[in-house]
Design a protein around this ligand. Sequence first.
Ligand code: GDP
Length: 368
Amino acid sequence: MSEQYVCIGCGVKIQTDEREGLGYAPPSALEKEEIICQRCFRLKHYNEIQDVSLTDDDFLKILNGIGQTDALIVKIVDIFDFNGSWLPGLHRFVGKNPILLVGNKVDLLPKSVKQNKLINWMKQESKELGLKPEDVFLVSAGKGQNMKEVAEAIDHYRGGKDVYVVGCTNVGKSTFINRILKEVTGEGDIITTSHFPGTTLDIIEIPLSDGQALMDTPGIINHHQMAHFVDKRDLKVITPKKEIKPKIYQLNEGQTLYFGGLARFDYVSGGGKTSFVCHFSNELLIHRTKTENAEELYKNHAGEMLTPPRQEQMDEFPELVKQEFSIKEGKTDIVFSGLGWITINDPGIKVTAYVPKGVHVITRKSLI
Ligand code: GDP
């Protein structure tokens, strides 16, 4: 493209190469007098927010901008990927602005999980990561659970100010905003984008009734997300689609579980035959083997029997790195961020977890 075009909706520079990228418009759009990017097009014509991703630097610029405004910040995380969907620098940028933390995809939790325990854990983790939200909510943007409550809380905490919605890619931010749009405007109303040519490049404004606006910021890719290591076609394998059915494995010491080829769990020592309750996507294959054979099995079968990842990804797939845990208290979860967790009921057990380099494994008090 020799000439530089700018979207009349949000002011972003138009590009025609990368469909998923910021400012994409199909080449045919360039022939029109007023050029609009795909994201604004969808918002305008379908009342639908499309997910766009950004580089870290661009995102920092946006965060910086938010820090300097007086607004409510709504941060969306995926409850199955709390650490992977964390925005690392956010607490430094929010300044004095209040934050609401929203954990999405609550429809996937098994009934056995106590939601108040999950909320408490999220509060605690946030604090440790330096963020102090005004309140924490669990919602299902997909199914519409608890959305009314959050919409009300947003209205309460914003106190007449603008609202910025932030989150990593894949946490369900677009789904969340689309739901809020329905709550705010009712179905069928036309939402128009504000026209700020050349200014707030990557932020889309959705007018609220009192003249303020809800801002959708582009999602950033967090490179620690498990989803980042998985082929797009396999996301549906690791991302639960329905309520998780916990699977109980009775293991002896010296036995290993593989979760596809993405994670590994060894029961090292401690209490003889023990049950481990696995909370993962129902579609993710769990393979049991002896720990002494585990490495050989991975070498020979990763990408094939132990999948995802796929065979063709294996050259680039990061090695699984190991982390040891001594379980001091009973009822502890070993959380594989972005994948699921294993509940261990008995104290005094030693286990080892393996995940692709960069992905978080942590322990927490069981949610059951
Ligand atoms: P974004 O990248 O943060 O904008 O995320 P999207 O809104 O595109 O959603 C990412 C994926 O999560 C999609 O496959 C959605 O269908 C799914 N998703 C979003 N919200 C929910 C939810 O509340 N429950 C479930 N089960 N899936 C959801």
